[in-house]
Structures are given as structure tokens and as C-alpha cells.
Design a protein around this ligand. Structure first.
Ligand code: MSP
Length: 501
């Protein structure tokens, strides 16, 4: 059994969870579920990023102490993920003691290696990004390109991480690990940043108190990105439980395209400095845009994912975010798109297939599912769907994986329409068609379970399969012929009632 350690970014606790956060977390969850399905031992981590200037500013504006403020917001993330069926194995908060201990250890290692040195920082800082910028990275000299807001001028004594020393080591590492970043074009962006030259970055602040003090100079608190990136190792025991850490690291990161520099440039260099292995991989997603803009509290176009599940259900929402946008590209969220996908793929395709199969089995097969045939024309469609679904998940392309899985649903609906078992007399002919359709539904339930876990389990039970669909293992469970036949098939309520907008 191989171990698969997967992380999402940890989210700033400055606002309640929005669609953009939900997007990254759902992709992570589906991927984690997929890896459990193929038999990996999975550790799936998410959490919250709670220190830094931005959080301090929000706490001030709310008239609260920062700890009180973050203690109110962090649970909103944990609750939202529970409602969206997220199966994270751990939830790290950067204000936890286990995290602080690991951050101190990482800082000390980099300091002892001579890669952290005192210097004076003079320059511009975007608090929303928690990032330093040079003039040519800003619009009109002082506007952040992501947040369209004015940067601040800082001048203070800071410790710097000597990133500039790592250019060649990073290039060599990426050279030796082709495909570590997917999709490839996002990997090229990271390489472009490294080739373009690396400047040292500040890893401490003295004007800010809301952070983790440097172990060797407690007037300074750690820069929020240094603190935050470390969550990926502190959560599995770096600084507190070395054996557990060694058992899981290196892990794989799901990130958004806006945080490539931190994750694919700063982070592996920090790890190298501390004598640790760089991550095993990165999958970089685009932004889910609303009206062409990145959703963020700063731009005021925030969509609450928990309101959307009232309309299309948890599975409907998960399916939409996974199926609609090729991972890596930007996507445009629209309510019409959400309802359109739900109606076409879930109500009309999957839901309708299950309903018609259950109806015909009820009327023509005495309500008992017949066994599939070995030489069914659907067997080939199933084999192709399985193979393409596996390939797409392994490349972190959920939209392609679901399209491949849905190709079997489409083929099965077409098979039924070609044979019209509802018009035929009961007998071996009808039994063969219905047994094959049930077998296709069984395979679909397994393959679709990472995306639509509740619906997949419902399909599984209604066609008479025992136990939990999540206990099945790919590829054995998805080879043709596994439906035993002889079990009662239940029609039940409509799985995905059509939504009239
Ligand atoms: N706290 C940092 C990450 C630290 S990880 C060590 C941060 N937090 S964030 O809450 O602003 O965003 C976290 C991630 O969510 C980013 O990768 C970002 O791309 C993703 N998303 C935030 N808004 C998004 C969209 N509108 N669309 C897609 N992803 C978005 O950055």
C-alpha cells in the first residue's frame, strides 16, 4: 500500500469560506477519495492561516483581539467542509502549539544553515497578498495587480531568507523531477520565475506582533508565508513527532495559480535549506471567476457555497465545480451554468438512467436485478471509461475523469434506447439488457464516488449492492461482470429532481 499525503492551501481567516476556497478543497477531497479508492493510504490535510498583518488588521477592524477573532472564524471553515462532505484527516490551525513548535524548528534549521540573515528592508508591501513587490510588479507604481489596492511602504530591520542562493539548486531539482508540477503550463510558470532571478525575501517583522517569535531573536515575528507554508510539515509532526513526519513526507500540494511563487519557489528552497526533501508534487488550479474577476472579499463578489447547496445539493455542487472547469484553467461561475450542469448530467443522465432501470426491472424482472452478460456491447464502453477515468485522476484532471465516467452512463442510456426493453415481453432478452445496465450502474457508482459520494452510495444500494461503495477497490471492483444479479432493485425517490430555474 502506498502512502499519499495531500494538502490544500490553508485559508486566511479574514472572511467566511467562499466559492474559491470551496473549489480548491473539493478538488482535494475528490482526489483524496480517489486515492483511497485505488488503495492508497491517504492523509488529507486542510486548515487555516491565522497570523500576519492582514488578520491583525481585520481583527482590529472588528474591535477584537486577534486570537478571539481567529477563534470565531476558523470553525466556519471546519463546519463548511463538514457540510460539503470533505474527508480531511486533519485540520491545522497555525495558532496551534504543534504548529508553532515546528515553525521554530524550521526557522532555526534555516538560520543554522546560514540562509537567514539580518538586513534592512525598504519597499512596498501588499497586505492583502502579504507580499513584497518591486515597482515593476505594480500598476502605476503603487497598485497591487491582484487586489487593485494601494501597497504600503515599509522600512524596517528584517531577517532575510537568502533565496538568491537557491536558483541553481532549484533548477537542478526541477530538472531531475519532470512533471512534478501539473498541469505542465503551470510548471513552466514556476520555472520562469526561477529563471528570471530570485531575490531574497524577508522572513520576519518587528512592527507586527501577531505571529510566531523567531527563536533566536524574539523582537521579530516570523513572516506569515514562512509560518503558513510550514503547516504542511508541522501538521504531520515536524518539530513534535519525527517518526510520523518521516512516514508521510514528502507530500503533494494543491494550490491556486496565485500562490505558485510561494509554493514552487520559496517552499522547496526553505525545505532544502533545512535539509528536508522538497514536496513530491504540486497541482495548480486556476481561479473560479465571477463576472471575470477573482472572487475575494476585497473585490466584493463573494459567493457563499453553502447557499448553493440548498439549490443543487452537496453532490450537485461538488459535481459542478469538478466537472465544469479543466483543472489548471480559470473557470467562470454562473448560476445558470450550475443549474444547467445539474440538469443535464445529474438529473437527465445519471438520475434518469437509475430511475428507468429500476422501473423496468420492477415491471419486467419482478423487481430483482438480473446478472449481466459476459459479451455485452457495454463491456467495452465500461473498459474504456475505466481506463480513461483512472488516467485522468492520475493527472489531477477531475473534469476529464468525470467525462470519462459519464461516457459509460451515456452509452448505457443509448443501449437502453436501442433495445427498448420497456416495450419488450419479460424474458431472457430483457434480462440481458437490464443486467448489463445494472452492471454499468455498479461500475459508475464506484468511479463517480469521489465526486458525488452520497449519490454513488444511493445508486449502490438501490441496485442491491451490499456495504459501502467506498470500500470497493479500483481496478478490481470496476472490471466487467461484478454485478451478481438476484438482488432486489429499488426505485426510490428521484436521485436528482430536475430544477426549473
Ligand atoms: N493563506 C494563503 C495560503 C497559504 S498556504 C500555505 C492564501 N489564502 S487564501 O485564503 O487567500 O487563498 C487560498 C487559496 O484559495 C489560494 O490558492 C487561492 O488561489 C484559492 N482561491 C481563493 N480564491 C479563489 C478563487 N476565486 N478561485 C479559485 N481559487 C481561489 O492565499
Amino acid at each position: 500500500m502506498s502512502r499519499y499525503y495531500l494538502t490544500t492551501p490553508i485559508y486566511y481567516v479574514t472572511a467566511r469560506p467562499h466559492l474559491g476556497h470551496a473549489y480548491t478543497t473539493i478538488v482535494g477531497d475528490a482526489l483524496a477519495r480517489w486515492h483511497r479508492l485505488i488503495g492508497d493510504e491517504v492523509h488529507f490535510l486542510t486548515g487555516t492561516d491565522e497570523h500576519g498583518q492582514k488578520v491583525q488588521d481585520y481583527a482590529d477592524a472588528a474591535g477584537k483581539a486577534p486570537q478571539e477573532f481567529v477563534d470565531e472564524i476558523a470553525p466556519l471553515y471546519a463546519d463548511a467542509w463538514a457540510r460539503l462532505g470533505i474527508t480531511n484527516d486533519d485540520f491545522i490551525r497555525t495558532t496551534e502549539e504543534r504548529h508553532k513548535a515546528g515553525v521554530r524548528e524550521l526557522l532555526q534549521r534555516c538560520y543554522d544553515a546560514g540562509d537567514i540573515e539580518l538586513d534592512v528592508y525598504k519597499g512596498k508591501y501588499c497586505v492583502a497578498c502579504e507580499e513584497y513587490y518591486t515597482d515593476d510588479e505594480l500598476d502605476d507604481g503603487d497598485l497591487c495587480r491582484i487586489h487593485k489596492r494601494k501597497v504600503e511602504y515599509y522600512e524596517e530591520e528584517n531577517y532575510f531568507f537568502r533565496l538568491s542562493r537557491f536558483q541553481q539548486r532549484l533548477l537542478d531539482w526541477y530538472d531531475a523531477h519532470p512533471g512534478a508540477i501539473v498541469p505542465e503550463f503551470r510548471g513552466n510558470e514556476a520555472l520562469g520565475l526561477i529563471r528570471g532571478g530570485l531575490r531574497d525575501f524577508s522572513v520576519s517583522r518587528t512592527s507586527l506582533k501577531w505571529g510566531i517569535p523567531l527563536p533566536w531573536d524574539t523582537k521579530h515575528v516570523a513572516y506569515v508565508w514562512f509560518d503558513a507554508l510550514a503547516n504542511y510539515i508541522t501538521a504531520i509532526g515536524y518539530g513534535t513527532d519525527r517518526a510520523n513526519f518521516d512516514g508521510w513526507w514528502p507530500g503533494r500540494h494543491l494550490i491556486g495559480k496565485d500562490i505558485i511563487r510561494h509554493h514552487c519557489v520559496y517552499w522547496p528552497a526553505m525545505l532544502m535549506s533545512a535539509g528536508l526533501e522538497p514536496p513530491a508534487g504540486w497541482a495548480v488550479g486556476g481561479w473560479l471567476l465571477v463576472g471575470g474577476e477573482k472572487m475575494s472579499k476585497t473585490s466584493g463578489n463573494v459567493v457563499n457555497p453553502l447557499e448553493l447547496i440548498d439549490t443543487v445539493g452537496v453532490d450537485g455542487f461538488r459535481y459542478y465545480v469538478l466537472a465544469e472547469t479543466p483543472y489548471g484553467q480559470d473557470g467562470d461561475f454562473t448560476y445558470e451554468g450550475l443549474v444547467g450542469r445539474y440538469n443535464s448530467d445529474l438529473a437527465n443522465n445519471l438520475g434518469n438512467l437509475l430511475a428507468r432501470v429500476a422501473t423496468v426491472v420492477g415491471k419486467k424482472c419482478g423487481g430483482v436485478g438480473p446478472a449481466p452478460t459476459a459479451d455485452s456491447p457495454l463491456a467495452e464502453a465500461a473498459a474504456t471509461a475505466v481506463q480513461q477515468t483512472i488516467a485522468a485522476w492520475s493527472e489531477v484532471q477531475p473534469s476529464r475523469a468525470l467525462d470519462a465516467t459519464w461516457s459509460l452512463i451515456r452509452a448505457t442510456n443509448a443501449h437502453l434506447e436501442a433495445h427498448e426493453p420497456w416495450k419488450a415481453e419479460p424474458g431472457p432478452g430483457v434480462d440481458a439488457v437490464m443486467g448489463d445496465a445494472l452492471e454499468a450502474l455498479r461500475i459508475v457508482a464506484v468511479l463517480a464516488s469521489p465526486a458525488v459520494p452520497t449519490a454513488a452510495q444511493a445508486v449502490w444500494e438501490r441496485i442491491g449492492m451490499p456495504g459501502a461503495v467506498t470500500d470497493q477497490r479500483v481496478p478490481d471492483a470496476v472490471s466487467w461482470g461484478g454485478y451478481p444479479g438476484g438482488s432486489p432493485v429499488v426505485k426510490g425517490e428521484s436521485l436528482f429532481p430536475r430544477i426549473t430555474a
